[in-house]
Design a protein. Structure first.
Length: 324
């Protein structure tokens, strides 16, 4: 294990949801819990067996740590391990604090040209990497990303990086769609009160064809329906956003057109990939951060996220650090 002095921690929609509702599905907050799972910091102390890190190293933290070497770990899907520790998922404490202890294997050294903020953004970025891999994005793919919040945006960034020829994004908010354009979306569609079939046909008309891949990042029933109708026969729909447990969808439409529907759960083996991309400047995640607060103003930061202002709200945990 290593002890870290925390630096940058992003606020996620799930953090806000636990704060407001006390539960997400089967994960229920029963005791006081520290939030925060998008984080970076500086190593202060290392355990006796730790060789790849030393005090002073700047690291990005992967929040999910398997507790045992089970069948999922053996096959490389450690994110699916039922006993996994995960920051800020009850009852496990997160890292929105001054000092935090974490498994050394899940702390990754940041190169000098990757900032603490970029290090904290690797967590949401990882969702995009995992989702686009599961979707099979490749050279020339036509991709439809549903939802232009932080997770929709990282999927746009990663899909373009993986060779997508065209990416179209839908959202209710014009300002969020502007941000999607800024990070590389080719087309945007502002949804008003169209039916799922109508939105699907708009997607087809702006792309000039139906997309082979749809990445659904809202969890809203209408959007999942749109995702099925929009995806080309033989294509793939990846469900990233999580909404109600039971959702009504045109499953027969998907079945007879051989549209594969895939879920994702967090990510695995994405931190080294993300660090390599950031260090080589192949991707730019800096536009995602729109608000910054010191730890003392955490409540204000959470209120800002709750109101849906900006994109990513970042908290600064180290009062001695004067970097911008």
């Amino acid at each position: 294990e290593v002890l870290l002095r925390m630096h940058s921690v992003g606020i996620c929609g799930s953090d806000v949801h636990y704060w407001q509702h006390g539960r997400i599905g089967d994960f229920v907050v029963k005791d006081p819990m520290v939030l925060g799972h998008e984080a970076s910091g500086t190593v202060v102390k290392v355990g006796s067996g730790v060789t790849h890190l030393k005090p002073g190293d700047r690291v990005a933290i992967e929040p999910g740590v398997p507790r045992e070497m089970d069948e999922f770990c053996k096959t490389g899907h450690y994110n699916l391990s039922p006993t996994i520790f995960f920051c800020a998922t009850p009852p496990d404490d997160g890292n929105l604090c001054r000092y935090y202890k974490h498994s050394a294997s899940y702390c990754y050294k940041l190169p000098d040209n990757v900032t603490f903020e970029e290090g904290a953004l690797i967590e949401p970025l990882s969702v995009g990497i995992h989702a686009c891999k599961r979707a099979g994005v490749t050279l020339g793919s036509k991709v439809f990303v549903s939802g232009s919040g932080p997770i929709g945006l990282v999927n746009v960034i990663v899909a373009k990086m993986m060779g997508a020829a065209a990416v179209v994004v839908t959202d209710l908010s014009a300002s969020r769609l502007e941000k999607a354009k800024e990070v590389g979306a080719d087309f945007t569609i502002q949804v008003k009160n169209e039916t799922p079939k109508e939105v699907a046909s708009k997607v087809e008309s702006v792309l000039g064809c139906m997309p082979e891949i749809t990445v659904e990042c809202t969890g809203v029933q209408d959007c999942i329906q749109t995702g099925i109708y929009a995806t080309r026969s033989g294509g793939t729909l990846v469900l990233v956003g999580l909404g109600p447990e039971m959702v009504t969808v045109p499953i027969v439409n998907a079945a007879v057109r051989e549209v594969d529907i895939r879920g994702i759960f967090r990510y695995c083996n994405t931190w080294p990939v993300a660090i390599a991309l950031l260090a080589s400047k192949r991707i730019n995640v800096k536009p995602l951060v729109t608000h910054r607060f010191p730890l003392e103003k955490a409540l204000e930061a959470f209120e800002t996220t709750k109101r849906g202002e900006g994109v990513k709200v970042m908290l600064k945990c180290d009062p001695t650090d004067q970097s911008p």
